[in-house]
Ligand binder design. Structure first.
Ligand SMILES: Nc1ncnc2c1ncn2[C@@H]1O[C@H](COP(=O)(O)OP(=O)(O)OP(=O)(O)O)[C@@H](O)[C@H]1O
Length: 598
């Protein structure tokens, strides 16, 4: 698994600011109108003070300056804030969508899927998804940083003009800023601690609403049990955030109380001076109004720190993902094209592979030859490593050690997309694509136009033309009952469409059939595989290898070679007849299954 570390805060901030600016420089500038509006708003206590002083001293000019200032600043402030807020929210929305799209594109573009099997990556993505608002709100936080900087500075100037003693409150407000260090840490720790439970609750909630697991749970009478576990998981997921919020609330309440007591003391002090004529009533009025703003200003600075640190964390995760994609791309920088036809075949030499997060390797020094033009059956008990072998051959996972060669060329030196374009497959855990039948099959080879002839050819090769009977609009039938006019298919019918998808490429160099017929009865599977083996022999001229993974020993007799895997090792290799004659593991398992059918 990747050794990519999370990028630094500075790089994340630079990236977020740059991406926000590029998304719309005009709207970026308009958003800053709000900052000017905030400055005008912060000037109001000063203008009210002027008005009060003018009224008390019968100074018409002061009354005019104060009154006109209030009217103009309120009017302008309204216009600027309306334009600014509108631009900011519009940008936040656009940037949010932009990032969601970027994350989707990045996640989908990783050449391998090692990260999807890694619990640490899953946790990172969980926090990422939960906080994707923070990434989408990066711009929001950025503009608010300007707002929250401009408005306090104005407030501090107004406070200083009213009475310099008010600035003493800055000292009292220092703990508020210092507390952010703790609240940010608590917030971050809560994010980490809640991620596994968040994933579990999503998984269990999904099990209750997805049709297949929901039916199973009802039949087993386990719905209530899973609902309880899901509720526990939701509580475990939310608990760290609730605890963090509680700690934050206690700390900020304590700081607010200290602030309030200090502000009251300063006001009492100023009022006493006002009674002795040392302070004007106008300055006292400004002080009363500014004290609330002062507190808001200090709090907004703290809030800005919290939001900015969340934004930076989300930015760092985004950049981590982007670095990870680049790292995987660099590993798969091979540019060679696979041969047009195989002459030697595929060789595995001393292959070692461990799943991310697993304690023991699935393969330790596995060596195996898959001769060109052969049909190879891979058999073995559950967990023997059959599907993992398929994933390594298709480049879904990277080897830890050893090599896989295609006609002598290391798989890592080949262009992975081109190798995959030369391969094809059908899998037990296939995707039920709820699109038209034509597209569901045509996805198997996007280089070909899915015309009637092409798609019907794939259905024929998959021995699946009878599925057409279930499709009222033929190949243009919408699949899936969730969609208007969509039809529901049986498990076996879905599976046959998946096999047809795997048959779109007529002459792949590697065709993997990883238990694609498990939903079919043994006789049909046998018939299908005999058909595939015969088709493979007919197309042997390009040296293509057909690999069949199955648990049904009766279906493998048509294979040229049978490979028996046992705990990640090759236990036996030979033809069906050889292995039966040898009387080993294969022969015993074959006899056991045959006895079951007798
Ligand atoms: N995503 C994963 N993470 C960690 N270990 C895994 C993962 N997938 C498979 N394994 C482990 O790798 C080993 C081989 O699994 P694999 O799926 O290749 O077996 P298989 O022969 O295809 O089994 P089956 O017949 O049940 O499909 C097993 O020990 C399994 O526990």
């Amino acid at each position: 698994m990747s050794a990519v570390s999370e990028p630094g805060a500075l790089r994340a901030t630079r990236f977020l600011v740059g991406a926000s600016w590029r998304n719309g420089p005009g709207a970026f500038v308009l958003s800053l109108f709000e900052t000017v509006g905030r400055v005008l708003e912060a000037l109001v206590p000063l203008l009210v003070g002027l008005l009060v002083t003018g009224a008390l001293q019968h100074d018409v000019a002061l009354v005019w300056w104060g009154g006109a200032g209030i009217v103009v600043s309120q009017g302008l402030q309204f216009v600027l804030m309306t334009v600014g807020v509108h631009a900011r929210l519009d940008m936040t929305d656009r940037i949010g969508h932009d990032f969601e799209e970027r994350v989707g594109r990045l996640s989908g573009s990783v050449a391998t899927t090692d990260h999807l099997d890694d619990p640490a990556h899953q946790d990172r993505m969980q926090s990422f998804t939960e906080r994707s608002g923070a990434l989408g709100g990066a711009f929001n936080a950025l503009v608010n940083t300007f707002n929250n900087a401009a408005s306090p500075i104005t407030t501090f100037v107004v406070a200083w003009l009213a009475d310099p003693r008010l600035l003493l409150l800055l000292i009292v407000a220092i703990p508020s800023t210092w507390a952010v260090k703790f609240t940010t840490r608590w917030d971050e720790q809560a994010e980490h601690a809640s991620a596994p439970a968040g994933r579990l609750s999503g998984h269990l909630m999904g099990a209750m609403v997805e049709p297949t697991p929901a039916s199973e749970l009802r039949v087993m009478g386990a719905r209530a049990k899973i609902a309880t576990r899901a509720s526990e998981a939701v509580r475990a997921w939310r608990r760290p955030s609730v605890v963090a919020a509680r700690h934050t609330s206690v700390l900020t309440s304590a700081i607010s109380t200290i602030y309030l007591l200090s502000a009251t003391a300063i006001l009492v002090w100023m009022t006493r001076d006002a009674l002795h004529g040392a302070v004007t009533v106008g300055a006292l009025t400004t002080a009363v109004l500014v004290i609330g703003d002062f507190r808001d200003s200090v709090e907004s600075i703290s809030w800005t720190f919290t939001m900015t640190s969340r934004m930076v964390r989300a930015g760092r995760r985004y950049l981590w993902l982007s670095d990870y994609v680049a790292e995987v791309d660099a590993i798969h920088a091979g540019t060679l094209s696979p041969p047009q036809r195989l002459t030697e075949g595929i060789r595995l030499r001393d292959v070692t592979f461990t799943y991310p997060g697993a304690k023991t390797p699935t393969f330790l020094g596995l060596s195996l030859d898959l001769p060109a033009g052969s049909t190879v059956a891979i058999v073995g008990e559950n967990g023997a490593g059959k599907s993992t072998l398929v994933k390594l051959l298709t480049g879904i996972h990277d080897l830890d050690e050893g090599e896989i060669t295609i006609d002598g060329v290391d798989l890592r030196d080949l262009s992975l997309p081109r190798w995959r374009a030369s391969s094809s497959g059908a899998f037990q855990d296939h995707m039920r694509f709820e699109v038209s039948a034509r597209d569901a099959i045509g996805l198997g080879d996007l280089e070909q136009e899915p015309t009637d002839d092409v798609v019907r050819g794939a259905l024929t090769r998959a021995s699946a033309t009878d599925v057409l009977r279930a499709l009222p609009d033929g190949l243009d039938t919408q699949l899936g009952t969730d969609w208007p006019g969509g039809v529901g298919l049986s498990g076996g019918q879905w599976q046959r469409l998946a096999i047809a998808r795997g048959m779109m490429r007529e002459r792949p160099l590697l065709l993997v059939l990883d238990e694609p017929t498990s939903a079919l009865d043994p006789a049909t599977e046998h018939r299908l595989f005999d058909g595939y083996a015969e088709a493979a022999r007919r197309t042997r001229d390009n040296g293509g290898i057909t690999l069949l993974v199955t648990h049904r020993f009766s279906t493998v007799s048509a294979a040229d070679l049978v490979v028996v895997l046992d705990q990640g090792q090759v236990a036996e290799v030979g033809t069906h007849a050889d292995l039966i004659a040898r009387g080993g593991h294969y022969a015993q398992l074959y006899e056991l299954q045959a006895a079951g059918y007798r």
